[in-house]
Design a protein around this ligand. Structure first.
Ligand SMILES: *Cc1c(COP(=O)(O)O)cnc(C)c1O
Length: 232
């Protein structure tokens, strides 16, 4: 991948977003494109930055930590989108802007503590398991209400939405029904927006299912391979 290829991939992804928004009667400005740069070198991130890309996502805490250090001072909003480990949160909570993969209160408390130490602020999304696949992670839909109620008084973390991953399948109707579930959970739980809970975002949709996600109400897309190429 060179700068030219990444630029043309980004343009194609943005066209797909515009088209899906037009079809769904939505405003493309409602949608944040998170370019998922996991496993790719920081040069790829810099190429994408040359084409106005600001939001970048990583799924491993160590890799995110290294890339934030290497690209310190650049105009980047960093998103942690993968599995968390409590003992490593301190390495990223001082710099990361968004974390999509919160599945328990313990993680929010650790982000609150570590972000406070650094006088930093983190936007968090609660990951919900919408696919019934255990390895996908996320809290159970039934656990969401208590999690939100317990999150209303943070000072350095704002819980601003939900994240979900659909089953990896060619069955479009299954993917769609899982995205519909996340949207309906979002609508049902918006009423718990108070203090440091302010539900605004739905993070769903990857390279292979972004159009369905847009139709079903996504406000954040996490796109990796269609921008930066396949991963081995
Ligand atoms: C890798 C990853 C993505 C991006 O996947 P692509 O299929 O490459 O677009 C999105 N979300 C999460 C949580 C990921 O780990």
């Amino acid at each position: 991948m060179d700068s030219h290829q990444i630029s043309s991939n980004l343009a194609i992804v943005k066209q797909r977003i515009s088209k899906a928004c037009a079809d769904a009667g939505r405003d493309p400005n409602e949608i944040t494109l998170v370019a998922v740069s996991k496993t790719k070198p920081t040069s790829y991130i810099e190429y994408a930055m040359e084409h106005e890309q600001v939001h970048f996502g990583e799924n491993r805490m160590q890799e995110l930590d290294d890339k934030m250090t290497e690209l310190a001072g650049k105009n980047i909003e960093w998103h942690m989108i993968g599995n968390l480990q409590t003992n490593k949160i301190k390495f990223i909570a001082d710099r990361v802007h968004w974390v999509h993969s919160i599945e328990k209160l313990k993680y929010l408390k650790e982000f609150e503590k570590r972000a406070a130490d650094a006088n930093h602020h983190v936007k968090a999304l609660i990951q919900v398991n919408i696919s019934n696949e255990k390895q996908k992670g996320g809290c159970k839909p039934e656990a969401l209400k208590d999690l939100l109620l317990a999150s209303q008084s943070f000072k350095h973390v704002t819980v601003c939405g939900l994240m979900g991953m659909a089953t990896f399948t060619d069955d479009e109707s299954e993917v769609r029904s899982e995205f519909k579930l996340l949207k309906s959970l979002f609508d049902e739980h918006k009423q718990y927006s108070e203090g440091s809970v302010q539900l605004e975002h739905i993070s769903m949709g990857m390279s292979n299912d972004m159009e369905i996600a847009i139709q079903e109400g996504a406000t954040m897309l996490r796109i990796g391979s269609d921008i930066f190429g396949a991963r081995n």
